[in-house]
Every structure is written in structure tokens, then in C-alpha cells.
Design a protein around this ligand. Structure first.
Ligand code: PRX
Length: 567
């Protein structure tokens, strides 16, 4: 029996207060995500239940109960406090998907500090931008990533503590660096959790927009209410489930549904640090007896490419419920999953800013393959006319996806950027920046983004960040980065580049530029293709017309080019 029951009935009667009561929260009381995912579950008598089964890429396995997790998070929190980290300071996690990342997240929150998870594949420049913006005080990292931190530390005066979680003493640590051994340290039985309340800042997730540098979406401890109930209703988490979220906690899916939602429900999670390959993944599901699986369209398309024969080599009969997020889930992928696993993937739609799933397909509700489903109970969603910001009444007409504030996990601001935050609200609605239509049965159908942000493999990459980094290459005079269609990743980055005098286009230069971006920013931001052009199309006011370049890549109508200067 699904938790949500009949969708329409639950939607009609649900209030957030119901979710507050369920989780034992009374308005005005302290609430702390770190404690509620660990101490609270132990207090319910589930201390000996497995919280995390972790498998490294070399097959190493580590297993932790909820009580182990309570102790580890206490130990991390006490360590930070003893090093003078105060509530409200930013503490970054810059690690692979190792247990320290998961427990570090909750440990930081127990101290009242703000946790800032960053993708470990980020290069120094991506890291610098985000640490400088947040004025981060401490960073947890591994030996393998330390060089990237050392490369920028001189530019980060507020970064006073660099914590290496796997130091083996083989190389001397430098000033500001300190070693911390999570499993080997004496475990702290009692930690006075900072009495954060609903509006205390919790998580700072950086996300890319069209213009400017990445912005820090600031969440609060009250987000727990949404994350708990959506994990329960959408992911349909039950007491004996073994849940696997494939997302990295450097991105919001990996925290809202890879840490907070499932553990607030007291559910066992498993994590693999192994790379993507059908054999790895199916083997993991078989070994762990995964029952609920939350993944992404790019991964599903990747699995489709490897075919059904490999599916049949494994016993995947434990799978009960499948969900997907991050990009449009095409109907073919939904139908293929039915054939491959006997279950359809349920598409879910949300964003870093929404903090929780806002539109989704629910267990028990008929799936229309290709549709994102319907608003979560407690969420009012609409598509708006882009000129009036009024809901569109006509079924099937395309408009802007919008959510009516507030809801518990709505972001509360962009870090030190209130102006951009305010600009996301119009006519009493939060504007997601995506386009969709609603059909006669109330199902939402995704059309596309309403800006120039590139969605590659479910990860948003800002064109501005890539273009700024490209300008640092000696050969580049000007550039534009756009999304180009890709059969597996949906989009990949393509860069149009005009060279400085004295440089000539060549394959070697193309590869050099690609690598330059991979190292500086990340493998995701690396252009998969470079096209050298004499100049870039601009508007009369001098703005590069990315949209025109993008439309060409997608074979779309170019539309009105009258404002172009040199096309
Ligand atoms: O464009 C939409 C796309 O991903 C964006 C949000 O990205 P991010 O903040 O990184 O969060 C990703 C995971 C929650 C959205 O504005 N997106 C997300 N889910 C879907 C989607 N596009 C289509 N269908 C989805 N289900």
C-alpha cells in the first residue's frame, strides 16, 4: 500500500501542518536537520537499524547503523566546535561519495553552521568562485583533492580550516590544514546540538544561472518538513526499504533525497562510489537488494544503450519503485524501464531553489509516459502567461512553470544577492525558469528551459562561467557557450570561439581549450565541441546572441534577427 493513497484525495486534504505533526514538530520549537535524521531516529528505538551501506569502487564495504551515524555526526560536530566554528559560518564539503561526506553534512548542521556541498570533480576555479562568494570558513576534503584547494587558498582569507579526512601522514600538512579521522576518532556520545529553529540557515547549494556567477541558494532547517514528506509520498519509502539515490550530494538531489528525506524517514540507504556502467549498477542493485531507486534520465538512457541482455544477467527482482529527476524523462525511457525492470520510472520535477519535489508522478496514479505528473499535495503549481504572469486557463497552451509561495523547503534567498532572488518572484508566484503546458487531466508536460542555462546529464552549467574561463585562455578573444543536443546527456556544451590575432584554428588548439576548461571548471563544463568563428552574433547593445547559436544547434526557427548587428 502506497503512503500517498489516492492522489486526488490526499491533494485535497493535505496541509504542511499534517507533515509537521507527523515528524513531531511544533511551530516555534527548535528543529535541526542533523539531529532529526540521527538522534530522533535512535530515540524511536531504531539505533541498531542500518542507516548506510557504502561500497567503494574497489569493492570495500562499510556499514553503519543509525546509532553509528549519531556518534559519527556528533564527533564531526564536536571537532568543528572545538576548532571554533560558529553557528552561521559556512563549512564546505569537497569529497567523493564517501561516508565522511554523508555524515559530514549532518555533523555540520548539528553545530548550527551552514553546510556547502560542492562536487568533488570541480576544478580550482569552480571551487574558488563558490568559496569566495560564500566566505567559507572550513572545508572537508580528501588527499586526492587537496592540491586543488592548495592552489587557491591564498585567495581565500576567510578559509581558516582545511580538514583532510584521509591523511596518512605521508606528506606534511601545511598551515591551516588539519587531519581528521572520522571512524578512528574517539566517538562523542553527547553533543549539544545547536538549537536552530525553522528559519535558521542550513544548506547553501550553488546553482548556475544565465548571467553572472553561480548563485548560492540558501535553505533553512524547516525544509526538513517538505523533504521528509515528499520522500515518503513520492519515493514511497517504507520501514524495510533499501533505498538507492544515484545523485552526488554536490547537487541538490544528493542532499534532499540522498541524505535528508530518506534518513528523516529512518530508511536504510546504500551508496556506491563506483562509476557509471550497467554491470556496476545492476550488480549493486542485486547485491544490496535495492527496493527504491532514484536516478536520472541520462543514466537511464545510458542503461538503455547497453541493452536488455545485460539487464537479464542480474536478479533485479527486489526493485519495487523507480523515480527519476533532473531532465525531461522521455516516453521511450519510461516504456523501456517497464520492459527492462517490469516497472516504469516515475518522473519528478523540482530545482535547487524548490528544495523538494514539486511536480511528480505518484505511486498508484496512472503515468502518462513523457509527462512530469501533477503538483505535490501542499504545492500550488501553474503555467503562467509570460507577459501577464497570470495562470493560463487554456489546456495545452505553453507558459512558464510557477509555484505559489510559500512551502517549507523554498529557498530563502540567494547568498548576498537578494536582488536576483526577488527577481524570481512575479505577481505572487515563484517563477521556475522552465516552460510547460498542462493537459485536460492536470498533467504537466515539460517543454524546455526559459533561459540559456545548459542542462548536461541533469546538471546545470552556466554559460557565463564557461565564457569567463575561456577568456582566460591566451588564444580566446570572445566566446559563447551553448547547449547542443546529445542522445544520452540531453545537452553537451558547445563553445563558439573567435580567436585573437595571431592564432589559427586547429584540432590541437581545440583539444587544448577543452582540457583547459575541464581542469579549471569541471568535466561537465568542458565543451565537447569547439567551433572557431570569425566573430559572434551580437545585439545592437553588444550582447552576444547565445539564443541564435543555440537555435542553430537544435535546428529550431531562428525568429527575429533584426536586432542582430552582424548576422
Ligand atoms: O530545467 C529543469 C530541469 O532541471 C532544472 C533544475 O536543476 P537543478 O536546480 O540543478 O536541480 C536538479 C534536480 C532537482 C529545472 O529547472 N529539470 C529538473 N527536473 C526535471 C527537469 N526538466 C524536465 N523534467 C524534469 N523532471
Amino acid at each position: 500500500m502506497s503512503h500517498i493513497g489516492n492522489y486526488e484525495e490526499t491533494y485535497a486534504k493535505f496541509t504542511w501542518r499534517d507533515a509537521e505533526r507527523e515528524i513531531g514538530y511544533e511551530p516555534g520549537d527548535p528543529i535541526n536537520i542533523g539531529a532529526w535524521c540521527t538522534d530522533r531516529i535512535c530515540a524511536q528505538g531504531k539505533g541498531r537499524k542500518t542507516a548506510l551501506v557504502w561500497e567503494g569502487h574497489d569493492g570495500t564495504r562499510k556499514q553503519y547503523t543509525f546509532d553509528d551515524m549519531r556518534l559519527r555526526t556528533n564527533t564531526i560536530a564536536a571537532f568543528l566546535r572545538s576548532h571554533g566554528i560558529e553557528p552561521g559560518e559556512r563549512v564546505c564539503l569537497f569529497m567523493d561519495k564517501i561516508p565522511e561526506l554523508y555524515f559530514g553534512f549532518l555533523g555540520v548542521l548539528k553545530t548550527g553552521a551552514i553546510v556547502q556541498p560542492l562536487f568533488s570533480a570541480f576544478g580550482s576555479e569552480s571551487l574558488l568562485t563558490r568559496l569566495a562568494d560564500a566566505g567559507t570558513s572550513a572545508i572537508f576534503t580528501q588527499k586526492k583533492h587537496l592540491a586543488k584547494v592548495r592552489a587557491i587558498v591564498d585567495q581565500l582569507p576567510s578559509l581558516r580550516l582545511i580538514i583532510v579526512v584521509d591523511d596518512d601522514g605521508s606528506k606534511p600538512l601545511r598551515e591551516r590544514e588539519t587531519a581528521f579521522d572520522m571512524d578512528g576518532s574517539p566517538q562523542v556520545e553527547h553533543f549539544d546540538v545547536h538549537p536552530t529553529t525553522a528559519e535558521s540557515p542550513s544548506v547553501l547549494h550553488y546553482t548556475s544561472g544565465t548571467t553572472g556567477k553561480p548563485k548560492g541558494a540558501q535553505h533553512v532547517h524547516y525544509s526538513l518538513i517538505s523533504q521528509y514528506i515528499t520522500a515518503k509520498y513520492v519515493l514511497d519509502l517504507h520501514e524495510d526499504d533499501i533505498y538507492w539515490c544515484t545523485a552526488d550530494p554536490g547537487w541538490v538531489t544528493g542532499t534532499s533525497y540522498g541524505i535528508i528525506g530518506p534518513w528523516a524517514n529512518g530508511v536504510t540507504q546504500c551508496v556506491t562510489d563506483a562509476g557509471f556502467k550497467a554491470d556496476n549498477w545492476y550488480g549493486f542493485i542485486e547485491r544490496m537488494r535495492v527496493t527504491v531507486w532514484y536516478s536520472a534520465p541520462t543514466a537511464i538512457r545510458g542503461l538503455m544503450k547497453e541493452g536488455l541482455d545485460v539487464v537479464r544477467k542480474y536478479d533485479l527482482s527486489s526493485l519495487r519503485h523507480l523515480c527519476s529527476v533532473g531532465e525531461p524523462l522521455n516516453a521511450e525511457a519510461v516504456l523501456w524501464s517497464k520492459e527492462a525492470f517490469g516497472k516504469m520510472f516515475h518522473d519528478t520535477f523540482w530545482q535547487t531553489e524548490t528544495g523538494c519535489i514539486v511536480i511528480s508522478n505518484y505511486p498508484g496514479m496512472p503515468i502518462k509516459p513523457g509527462s512530469m505528473g501533477k503538483p505535490f499535495p501542499g504545492i500550488t503549481a501553474a503555467v503562467l502567461d509570460p507577459s501577464t504572469y497570470e495562470p493560463i486557463a487554456v489546456k495545452g497552451e505553453v507558459g512558464l512553470i510557477a509555484i505559489r509561495p510559500p512551502w517549507p523547503s523554498m529557498f530563502r534567498t540567494y547568498w548576498k544577492n537578494e536582488e536576483t532572488y526577488k527577481a524570481k518572484f512575479r505577481n505572487g508566484w515563484y517563477i521556475c525558469g522552465d516552460r510547460a503546458s498542462i493537459d485536460e487531466d492536470g498533467y504537466f508536460w515539460f517543454i524546455g528551459r526559459d533561459d540559456d542555462v545548459i542542462n548536461t546529464a541533469g546538471h546545470l552549467v552556466g554559460p557565463f562561467e564557461i565564457e569567463s574561463a575561456l577568456l582566460e585562455h591566451p588564444a580566446v578573444a570572445e566566446s559563447a557557450a551553448v547547449g547542443k543536443p546529445d542522445p544520452v546527456n540531453m545537452e553537451v556544451v558547445k563553445a563558439f570561439i573567435a580567436l585573437k590575432p595571431g592564432y589559427t584554428p586547429s584540432k590541437t588548439l581545440e583539444l587544448e581549450i577543452m582540457n583547459f576548461i575541464r581542469k579549471k571548471l569541471s568535466p561537465l563544463a568542458m565543451p565537447q565541441e569547439v567551433e572557431f568563428v570569425p566573430s559572434l552574433p551580437r545585439t545592437r547593445s553588444g550582447k552576444i546572441m547565445r539564443r541564435l547559436l543555440r537555435a542553430r544547434e537544435w535546428g529550431e526557427e531562428i525568429g527575429d534577427t533584426s536586432t542582430l548587428e552582424n548576422d
